[in-house]
Design a binder for this molecule. Sequence first.
Ligand SMILES: Nc1nc2c(ncn2[C@@H]2O[C@H](COP(=O)(O)OP(=O)(O)OP(=O)(O)O)[C@@H](O)[C@H]2O)c(=O)[nH]1
Length: 236
Amino acid sequence: MSSIDRVRIMVLGDSGVGKTSFVHLASHNEPIKSPSWTIGCSVEVKLHEFKEGTKEQKTFFVEFWDVGGSNNHRNTRQVFYNPCHGAILVHDLTNRKSEENLQKWLTELLNREAANGDANLSGVSSDSEDLDVENLLGANSLMPILLVGTKLDQVDDKRSNSVNKSSRNRYNSEEILLDCRQARYLAAGTSNAVKLSRFYDKVIENSLYDRRKNDRFGTNTVAPIFSTKFYSPHQD
Ligand SMILES: Nc1nc2c(ncn2[C@@H]2O[C@H](COP(=O)(O)OP(=O)(O)OP(=O)(O)O)[C@@H](O)[C@H]2O)c(=O)[nH]1
């Protein structure tokens, strides 16, 4: 039996925005019953058909690396950021600050990539706090980003009209708005499910690009890890 390749997606956002709830729904097609507070990092895996329906169709494992959103884990979670083939940025639609903070999350991730010498991020200082994310993503980076807005059920009607209209955003990515406790938001055939599938395809393309680059330059790749949980030695 041939082995199945895998890709890693980092799932980032403030504590309590719904990262674990979203990942569970995306990987199991049903809502999580009682999400627990993520300490360190938790990994979920799902199978995805890359370029389904074409001659290039191939099965991949998609790994969701859900890192705890607490600031206390800032240093420990950096070890999980490499390799990274795509990122899901999660914010709570009822909490504007959580959306503003996504830039910080992406900066933390991209700084880590830069520190690891990713050619796409050349010129980025590894300790820079003020990374120009829009510029960087717009011109140079191939890393696919998906924006996820949770707790749509708690947004009042007036705001709901305006949030529903947003599709393109500053990260130039697609966006999914949902209630993570309702399976219908990611049900097969919905526009959200199509967006997710397209996003996984882009992530896989990015990993294939990485692999070709590594083969050419002989860079080491990190051993893959299966569905498991990692715990930080420091709890809050
Ligand atoms: N009403 C509503 N509640 C949600 C939604 N998504 C998540 N929640 C709730 O928000 C709380 C936090 O959700 P989690 O999925 O644990 O959030 P997290 O981002 O993983 O949090 P950390 O583990 O602290 O990083 C839980 O009580 C969830 O049930 C949603 O779309 N609607």
